[in-house]
Design a protein around this ligand. Structure first.
Ligand code: ZN
Length: 472
């Protein structure tokens, strides 16, 4: 549809229920904007000659949109059987994700960022939420979607995300999980755990019975005691009374050692006995879930342990949450099967990697510049991540034709190189003080939006297929 100097997104034409106001999204050379016909309903913009309002995609206008069209506000999807986090660090991936989640029987969490990701991308939670709301409006996605304040560690950050309407908090308990505690050096077991756990058999169904030795229990209580207290405190302060309408995820995955089934059981049991209601828990699984590449480790061991973790989650009636779920293709079938199709999976970096694969296809010269810079920035970036990247396994750029560049995204070492340097790439300034890459990258992503959307459909679709998510 062409309309007085701009193009209208067909699917974005919406009339508010029981009112005469009509709102749609359009674009011209300057980018996307809203057009409001009828009463202004709080939208701020310029009045056009025909009386309509042209409103920019500002935070204020996103708020007006969410008030008028509730489907553009995030909802609580974490308690659905299958939910899927899609950390869209760039704020441009949601249209591609929408195409996918319209077809698959799982609920998307389009907005999902940690504070670290916000800092590395120069974004705010306002911006993360608004980008998702505008995309949902533009594409008329009415199924429901969530917003995750991911890996939050402080009361201040919880309040920030919740006050904006985020519908899920992932509480990162890692700063409160004690390291270096062993059965040999654990402090004396607090009396309260003695009668509760020792000498007992915990039948969690499915033929699985768990029991604690005194030494094991002592170590587990010492490692997790403070984290459980922290989670109970945050729950009591922000989630218990339901004033924000948000779900709670307990994350104990950012640790150096895997979470054993006994540890998982203990943490869940203690939280529940403390009155904490949570929708999901993210243990750290055995093996390695490194960023942006497939699982590394003993598959048989993983399958054995996920069976028990899944049974514990079923026993206590919450879902397992799988973090760093980007590209874990070899373990997805076991996760789908053992969870009986009930899970939350988080991805983030893979959406960024697909965006960079698109750059390698569409602008090889720019890709070469970025790649070269990433190599020089790698040592700085790797201090923030646990990765085993071997730069010597990445073919030299000079040896590759332009047509071969997208193939670099099949190379795990290159994937990790580009993955962990994303913040440095996006923030790199040229000598003149402007961004060296950021604006040029966004220009291509915006111009070739369909190419990126198709790449995401294919790549995230592969995740959903291997998890055995059915098409709805
Ligand atoms: Zn995590």
């Amino acid at each position: 549809m062409h309309y007085s100097g701009f193009d209208v997104y067909e699917r974005s034409v919406h009339r508010a229920e029981g009112s005469e106001v009509e709102v749609f999204m359009a674009k011209d050379a300057a980018g996307d904007f809203l057009v409001i016909a009828g009463t202004d309903h709080g939208f701020k913009g310029e009045r056009l000659a025909d009386g309509k309002i042209r409103a920019p995609l500002s935070h204020e206008n996103a708020g007006a949109l969410r008030a008028l069209f509730p489907f553009t506000a995030p909802g609580r999807v974490l308690r659905k059987e299958r939910s899927f986090g899609l950390g869209d660090r760039l704020g441009i991936a949601t249209p591609g994700h929408i195409k996918l989640f319209e077809r698959y029987d799982a609920y998307p969490v389009f907005a999902q960022q940690s504070i670290r990701e916000l800092n590395l991308t120069n974004r705010t939670y306002e911006d993360v939420l608004d980008a998702a709301s505008f995309a949902v409006f533009r594409e008329d996605f009415q199924k429901g979607w969530g917003a995750d304040g991911d890996h939050l560690k402080t009361a201040k950050d919880l309040e920030y995300a919740l006050s904006l309407g985020f519908t899920m908090i992932t509480l990162d308990c890692s700063d409160h999980i004690k390291t270096g505690v062993t059965e040999a050096n654990a402090p004396p077991l607090p009396e309260k755990y003695n009668g509760k756990y020792l000498g007992k058999q915990f039948d969690i169904g499915e033929g699985i019975v768990l029991s604690f030795t005194g030494a094991a229990l002592g170590a587990i209580a010492a490692i997790y005691g403070e984290a459980i207290g922290f989670a109970a405190d945050m729950y009591g302060r922000f989630l218990k009374d339901g004033r924000y309408g948000a779900d709670f995820e307990i994350s104990i995955d950012e640790t150096s050692a895997p979470t054993t089934p006994l540890q998982h059981y203990f943490v869940a049991r203690e939280l529940i006995d403390a009155g904490v209601s949570f929708a999901t828990m993210a243990p750290r699984f055995c093996g390695e879930f490194q960023k942006g590449i497939d699982y590394i480790g003993d598959l048989a061991q993983f399958e054995k342990e996920i069976k028990v973790h899944a049974a514990i989650a079923r026993h206590f009636k919450y879902k397992l949450s799988i973090h760093s779920g980007s590209d874990k293709f070899s373990v997805f079938p076991a996760i789908g099967r053992e969870s009986r199709g009930v899970f939350h999976i988080k991805t983030a970096g893979t959406n960024w990697l697909e965006a960079m694969r698109v750059i390698a296809q569409l602008d090889p010269a720019l890709y070469r510049e970025v790649h070269q810079y990433a190599l020089s920035a790698f040592d700085e970036a790797r201090t923030y991540y646990h990765v085993t990247t071997d730069l010597s396994k990445i073919p030299g750029l000079a040896s590759l034709s332009d047509a071969e560049l997208p193939g670099l995204f099949e190379n795990n070492d290159c994937r990790q190189l580009i993955h962990i340097t994303y913040g440095l790439i996006l923030n790199k300034k040229s000598s003149g003080g402007s961004f060296a890459f950021r604006d040029r990258l966004y220009k291509i992503w915006r111009q070739k939006e369909d190419t990126y959307a198709r790449a995401l459909e294919r790549h995230i679709g592969k995740h959903l297929d291997l998890l055995n998510v059915k098409k709805s």
